[in-house]
Design a protein around this ligand. Structure first.
Ligand SMILES: Nc1ncnc2c1ncn2[C@@H]1O[C@H](COP(=O)(O)OP(=O)(O)OP(=O)(O)O)[C@@H](O)[C@H]1O
Ligand SMILES: [Mg+2]
Length: 274
């Protein structure tokens, strides 16, 4: 652990992207701003003129709590509409063509309770395939295979709400990936996972053929990513390789900590840098 908000598992277990595959899903974010509760006394702006053209398969988004990561990532799926500006995903406008965007994207929420719908684990995974047109036998086989892949076979008949938080996160992931979306949007998908399952998640996304945009505080998950964007107070403040972006982010943190606590000697190397 580096501090209370992040863990850095890469120190012990580096992960690498191993699977070259489908061409990346192009994403364009053009002068996007967002104001929540617009037109009310509670109105507050959380994103300012974001411009991003993403043509990479693995994109990470990092930044302090409240910096606007979830707001942006939800916009990529059309779940939130920009107050101004435009976003397109695979050439589709996320407001005017939200249906087309949703058809090819899968979204993993931080809180898995948001996406568990059916009573049992098996039913919940199978529910994702309700419009697949598969025969019952083919559907059952695919569900079995997916449950096994996510270590959920033994819990197949369990009530989904009785799973642990981490198991629910795995279930949510299974229910999304079984639909084989071309773009996976993940908003802190590993917050409830233990180290073993976080590693499992890292190696799983490393092998996925899909494009991924993931917001995370687990910086080690970004090893092997093509690009990482750093948000701060609703603006993009750094954008580069994982090493460049993470170095910038840690410096930003150090600077803010030093400003908040001027008695601390900021020349002292902090423990997480050793
Ligand atoms: N539905 C909402 N209504 C009003 N304000 C919101 C809403 N959702 C988010 N906000 C505000 O928008 C800002 C950005 O929030 P957001 O959830 O995008 O941050 P984040 O970078 O994902 O933070 P975290 O790391 O804590 O998940 C915060 O000030 C938050 O309070
Ligand atoms: Mg968030």
């Amino acid at each position: 652990m580096t501090d209370g908000t992040m863990s850095d598992i890469s120190a012990t277990e580096p992960t690498a992207i191993t699977a070259p595959s489908s061409p990346p899903v192009p994403i364009s974010v053009e002068r996007v701003s967002h104001v929540f509760d617009t037109g009310t006394p509670r109105a507050h702006q959380v994103l300012y003129d974001i411009d991003l053209v993403l043509n990479e398969r693995r994109v990470g988004i990092i930044g302090h709590n409240g910096s606007g990561k979830s707001t942006l990532i939800r916009m990529l799926d059309g779940l939130i509409q920009p107050t101004s500006g435009h976003i397109s995903v695979a050439g589709y406008d996320t407001v005017r063509e939200a249906k087309e965007v949703r058809r090819s994207t899968g979204f993993i929420f931080t809180d898995p309770d948001h996406q568990i719908i059916m009573p049992t684990v098996r039913e919940d995974v199978a529910f994702s395939l309700r419009r697949s047109g598969l025969t019952k036998a083919a559907l059952d086989a695919k569900v079995d295979e997916t449950l096994a892949r996510f270590g959920l076979s033994e819990s197949a008949e369990k009530p989904a709400h009785l799973l642990s938080g981490g198991q629910k996160q795995l279930l949510a992931l299974a229910a999304v990936l079984i639909t084989e979306p071309t773009l996976l949007l993940a908003d802190e998908p590993t917050t409830l996972l233990d180290i073993r399952n976080t590693r499992m998640f890292a190696s799983l996304i490393a092998d996925l053929p899909q494009s991924i945009v993931m917001a995370t505080h687990h910086l080690s998950l970004l090893t092997g990513f093509d690009r990482v964007v750093v948000f701060d107070e609703g603006r993009v403040v750094a954008d580069g390789t994982p090493t460049e972006a993470i170095t910038y982010y840690k410096r930003l943190m150090d600077t803010e900590l030093a400003l908040r606590n001027p008695t601390t000697d900021s020349r002292e190397p902090s423990r997480e840098r050793t």
